[in-house]
Every structure is written in structure tokens, then in C-alpha cells.
Design a protein around this ligand. Structure first.
Ligand SMILES: [Zn+2]
Ligand SMILES: [Zn+2]
Length: 119
């Protein structure tokens, strides 16, 4: 019995390590933009933001939710800060509380990114 528990624990550890990359996705928000509940770290929606240069990328990455509305409204292929043609992109992850919200956010990530705007 003891051996059985030990081996299944090992299996769980290996599984956790294997999916560690996906779980580690840093979400830019702590609360689900739909329900307002705490974000489930294993569920998020990717959003790719585009910028003209490394400087703008750094500015955004430093505090994504401070620029969320601007970035969400940026024209496709244009930098949200300068309006110049974008050559750099950053993937951010919008955290959600459950699979239902994940689907809703996935349908229109920009709309929900804008809702994350820091006031
Ligand atoms: Zn720039
Ligand atoms: Zn939810």
C-alpha cells in the first residue's frame, strides 16, 4: 500500500512538472474580467500586443494594465503608443476564473483587455 501511494505521488509530481510551463503563464490581471472572481492560474487567454520598438514594449510590459485600454484599441499592425508601424509584439495572458469565461474572453480578447484598464 505504501509503495502504491509513493508511486502515484511521483506520477503526480511528474505531471505537475510537465504542465508547469502552461501553469506559469503570468496573467496581467488577478481578477476575472467577466465574473470579478479570482483568476484560475491554469486558465488564460493569449493576447498579442504590437509595438514599434523595444522601448514601447518595455513601457507596456512594466505595467500592462495601465495601458490596457490603449493597447486594446490600437489599430492592427500599429504601435499603441506611437501609432507607427509595429514590428515588435508581446504576448500577454488575460486570466479568467473558469472555462466558461475563458471561452467568452477568447471570442473577443481586445474587449476584455480594455476592461482590465487600471483606473
Ligand atoms: Zn516605439
Ligand atoms: Zn468564470
Amino acid at each position: 500500500m505504501k509503495t502504491l501511494i509513493k508511486s502515484s505521488l511521483t506520477a503526480i509530481c511528474v505531471m505537475a512538472l510537465g504542465s508547469g510551463v502552461a501553469l506559469a503563464a503570468d496573467t496581467v490581471n488577478k481578477k476575472c474580467p467577466i465574473s470579478g472572481k479570482a483568476v484560475d492560474g491554469s486558465k488564460s487567454v493569449k493576447y498579442t500586443a504590437s509595438f514599434c520598438c523595444e522601448k514601447c514594449v518595455a513601457k507596456f510590459q512594466k505595467d500592462p494594465t495601465a495601458h490596457a485600454a490603449k493597447v486594446a484599441k490600437a489599430e492592427k499592425g500599429k504601435c499603441a503608443f506611437s501609432g507607427k508601424a509595429a514590428g515588435e509584439s508581446v504576448d500577454i495572458h488575460i486570466g479568467v476564473c473558469c472555462g466558461k469565461c475563458e471561452k467568452k474572453v477568447k471570442a473577443d480578447p481586445g474587449k476584455f483587455l480594455a476592461k482590465l484598464q487600471k483606473k
